[in-house]
Write a protein that binds this ligand. Structure first.
Ligand SMILES: [Mn+2]
Length: 197
C-alpha cells in the first residue's frame, strides 16, 4: 500500500473505558477507506451509535462515499446518531476523496493546491444532509489527520523529523496524548504518504 494508516482513541476519562468514538481503517484492493466516528454524547448509547456506523462502513467500504453515508444514516436511525468523516485513498490514481458531516475535523500537511474540505453540519442518522465529497491529488509526502471534537481544534504538527521517524499509529498516539480534552471521548486518525515511510 502506498500509505501508512494509524489511529488512537480513548474514552472520556469518567466513562471507565466505554468509548463513544470509533475509527475504521478498511483496505480493499488497491484502495482504502478510513474514517473517524463520534457517537453523539458519550457513554454506552454513544458507543452503540458509533459501533453501528463502523459496521456499516466496513460492510460497504467499496461503495462511493455518498452511498456509505446513506447506509450509515439508515442504520443509525434507531440510535443517537454520529458525526463522521470518511476518506478514500486510491493507490492506482494517487488521489483521495474526503467527506464529513458533523464535528470531525481534518488537517493536512504537504498537499498542493487548496486543502480546505467542506464540513457539513448535522447528525448522521438524524438530520444530516448528504455530504459534500471533495477530490484531491494525494502527494507521496502528504500527511492527513482526522480527529473528533474530544481533541483540541488548534494544535501544531510535530516537527518533520518526528513525523518521518514514527509510524502513523505512533503519531496518532503522540497527538492524542498531547491534545485530547479531558471532557469527551477523543480519537485521532493519521494517514502518512509513502515518501515519508
Ligand atoms: Mn465528541
Amino acid at each position: 500500500m502506498f500509505v501508512d494508516f494509524g489511529a488512537a482513541t480513548r474514552a472520556h476519562p469518567a466513562m471507565r473505558g466505554v468509548n463513544g468514538d470509533g475509527f475504521v481503517i478498511c483496505r480493499y484492493g488497491e484502495a482504502a477507506v478510513v474514517g473517524v466516528i463520534d457517537g453523539v454524547g458519550h457513554g454506552q448509547y454513544a458507543q452503540r451509535a458509533a459501533a453501528t456506523a463502523r459496521r456499516e462502513i466496513e460492510t460497504h467500504c467499496a461503495l462511493p462515499l455518498e452511498d456509505i453515508f446513506r447506509h450509515v444514516g439508515r442504520a443509525c436511525r434507531g440510535t443517537r446518531g454520529v458525526a463522521m468523516a470518511l476518506a478514500r485513498f486510491d493507490c492506482l490514481t494517487s488521489t483521495m476523496q474526503f467527506a464529513s458531516v458533523g464535528n470531525v475535523e481534518v488537517k493536512t500537511l504537504g498537499m498542493s493546491g487548496p486543502t480546505r474540505f467542506v464540513l457539513r453540519r448535522g447528525i448522521v442518522g438524524l438530520n444530516a444532509p448528504p455530504p459534500s465529497v471533495t477530490d484531491r491529488p494525494w502527494p507521496d509526502a502528504g500527511v492527513l489527520c482526522m480527529y473528533s471534537d474530544g481533541v483540541h481544534s488548534r494544535w501544531d504538527w510535530p516537527e518533520a523529523a518526528c513525523i518521518a521517524r514514527r509510524s502513523a499509529t505512533e503519531i496518532a498516539g503522540l497527538l492524542l496524548r498531547r491534545y485530547a480534552r479531558d471532557d469527551d471521548d477523543a480519537t485521532i486518525l493519521v494517514v502518512k504518504g509513502k515518501a515519508l515511510e
